[in-house]
Design a binder for this molecule. Structure first.
Ligand code: HGY
Ligand code: MN
Ligand code: MN
Length: 414
C-alpha cells in the first residue's frame, strides 16, 4: 500500500480549469443553471470518477461524488463547497473546497484505503444567489429546506428559476429528491478560503472556523414620479434615486455604528435611467451581517424604520421584501476539535476564527453538524478577480484535510 498524498499542483490546475468556465470574457462569472455551470459539472463529475468515486447530478444540479467505506452503504462524512460564483469572481471561492476534497479522496483511493464510513463530495449548484435573488439553493435542497416559492423568482432577463431548471434538464417538481436523510450523513466539513485578512496577518496557512455570521438580505423598490429634468422644480420632485441615496447612507451609518456589524448595498438599478429624466423607480439590495443574531436583527429593524421615514418625508412609495434570513451557524465543537487536531499534527498553530462570509454550512446545519477549515487568502481579498492563494498553502491545507478525514471519529458526536 503506497502513501499517496494530495497533489497541490493538481488542485491548483483544477481551480484554474474551473476558473476558465465563465460567461464573462477575461473574468469569471458562472451562475446557477447556466451553460458554464453545465460545463463545470461535467469537469467535476469526470474528476470524481477518476478519483475512484461514483458520481451523479442530483435533482437541483449539485454534483455528488461518493467513495464507499469498508462496506457499501455506510453513512458518510459529507464534504464540499459551491461551484457557482458571484459576478467577476475569484477562482477559489467555493471551487477550492470541492477540488481539494476530491484530491483527498484520490489519495485514499490510490492507497487502496477504505474508511469505516463513506465519503461524499458535493459541488453545490448555487450558494451565492447571484442569478435569482435567493441564496444557498443547492445546499438547502440537500438539507430538505428548499422553498418551492423561489421557483417563481426571475433573473435579470425575466427567466424564472422553474423555466431555467427545465432548460437544464431538471424537473422543478422533483427537487425534494435531492434531500438527504439525517441518518445517512455523519457530519458536513468544508474547506474554503478565508476571504478575510486574519490568517495572513498572523502568518498562518490555515485556521478552524468557529461560526458563520448570520445575514439578512432584502430587495427594496422605491417608486417616485419620473419627470422632465428641465421643468419639474426641485421642491415638487418625488425623486426615487435621491430617496434611495438617503437610504444607502442611513444603512451605512447604522451598520458603521457597531464594530461587529456590516451592511452593504451591492446592487442598485435606476429607471428609466436617462440624463434628462427625474428617476421614477429605483431597485436596490441590502445585505446586513453580524456574529450575533440580536445585533443583526436590531440593525435590520432600525434600517427599515429609517427608510420608512425617508420615504414618507420624500413622498415616495417604499416596498421591501426579505430575500434571505440566516441566523448565526455555529460549528460543532467536536468537529472543531478534530480539525484543530489535524492542523496541530501538521505543525501549524491552531487558530480559531469566525467567518464573516456565508457558506453552504448555513443550510446544511439543518441536516447535520458542520465544521470548516479556512485557508489563508492574499490581503483578504475575495469576491474580486484579484483573489489569490499560494501553492504552498494549498499543499498544507490538503495535508490537513486528508489527516482530518483519515482520523475522523463520528463516535465523538454528542
Ligand atoms: O455572500 C457570501 O457571504 C457568500 O460568499 N456567498
Ligand atoms: Mn462567495
Ligand atoms: Mn464561498
Amino acid at each position: 500500500m503506497s502513501a499517496a498524498m494530495p497533489d497541490a499542483q493538481r488542485i491548483w490546475d483544477h481551480c484554474a480549469a474551473l476558473g476558465r468556465l465563465s460567461e464573462l470574457e477575461g473574468g469569471l462569472t458562472r451562475v446557477f443553471l447556466s451553460r458554464e455551470q453545465q460545463a463545470a459539472n461535467d469537469l467535476v463529475l469526470g474528476w470524481m470518477r477518476a478519483a475512484g468515486m461514483s458520481a451523479r447530478l442530483d435533482a437541483i444540479g449539485n454534483v455528488v461524488g461518493r467513495y464507499e467505506g469498508e462496506r457499501p452503504g455506510l453513512p458518510c462524512l459529507m464534504m464540499g463547497s459551491h461551484l457557482d460564483t458571484v459576478r467577476d469572481a475569484g477562482k477559489y471561492d467555493g471551487m477550492l473546497g470541492v477540488v481539494a476534497a476530491i484530491e483527498c479522496v484520490r489519495a485514499l483511493h490510490a492507497r487502496g484505503r477504505r474508511l469505516p464510513f463513506a465519503l461524499e463530495v458535493v459541488g453545490f449548484a448555487d450558494e451565492e444567489g447571484t442569478r435569482f435573488n435567493a441564496t444557498l439553493l443547492g445546499s438547502r435542497a440537500v438539507a430538505g429546506t428548499f422553498k418551492a416559492e423561489v421557483l417563481d423568482n426571475v433573473d435579470q432577463d425575466g427567466v424564472s428559476m422553474r423555466a431555467a431548471l427545465r432548460a437544464f434538464g431538471l424537473d422543478p417538481e422533483k427537487i425534494g429528491a435531492a434531500a438527504r436523510r439525517r441518518e445517512d450523513v455523519l457530519a458536513y466539513a468544508e474547506l474554503h478560503i478565508e476571504q478575510g485578512p486574519v490568517l495572513e496577518a498572523e502568518g498562518l496557512a490555515v485556521g478552524v472556523v468557529t461560526a458563520i455570521n448570520g445575514a439578512t438580505r432584502c430587495a427594496v423598490e422605491i417608486d417616485g414620479i419620473a419627470g422632465h429634468a428641465g421643468t419639474v422644480p426641485m421642491s415638487l420632485r418625488q425623486d426615487a434615486l435621491a430617496a434611495a441615496a438617503e437610504c444607502v447612507l442611513a444603512i451605512e451609518r447604522r451598520c458603521g455604528a457597531e464594530p461587529e456589524l456590516v451592511g452593504t448595498v451591492g446592487k442598485l438599478e435606476c429607471l428609466p435611467g436617462a440624463v434628462n429624466v427625474v428617476p421614477g423607480k429605483v431597485r436596490f439590495t441590502i445585505d446586513i451581517r453580524a456574529p450575533r443574531d440580536p445585533l443583526r436583527l436590531a440593525a435590520v429593524d432600525d434600517v427599515l424604520a429609517a427608510m420608512k421615514a425617508i420615504a414618507a418625508r420624500r413622498n415616495v412609495r417604499l416596498g421591501v421584501t426579505k430575500t434571505h434570513e440566516g441566523g448565526v451557524a455555529a460549528c460543532a465543537p467536536w468537529l472543531m476539535d478534530q480539525i484543530g487536531a489535524a492542523i496541530a499534527a501538521e505543525g501549524v498553530p491552531v487558530r480559531r476564527l469566525p467567518s464573516g462570509a456565508g457558506h453552504d454550512g448555513m443550510a446544511i446545519i439543518d441536516l447535520t453538524d458542520i465544521g470548516m477549515l479556512f485557508v489563508r487568502c492574499e490581503k483578504g481579498i475575495s469576491h474580486n478577480p484579484a483573489e489569490a492563494i499560494t501553492l504552498a498553502d494549498v499543499a498544507t491545507a490538503a495535508r490537513v484535510w486528508l489527516r482530518f478525514i483519515e482520523n475522523f471519529d463520528p463516535s465523538r458526536k454528542p
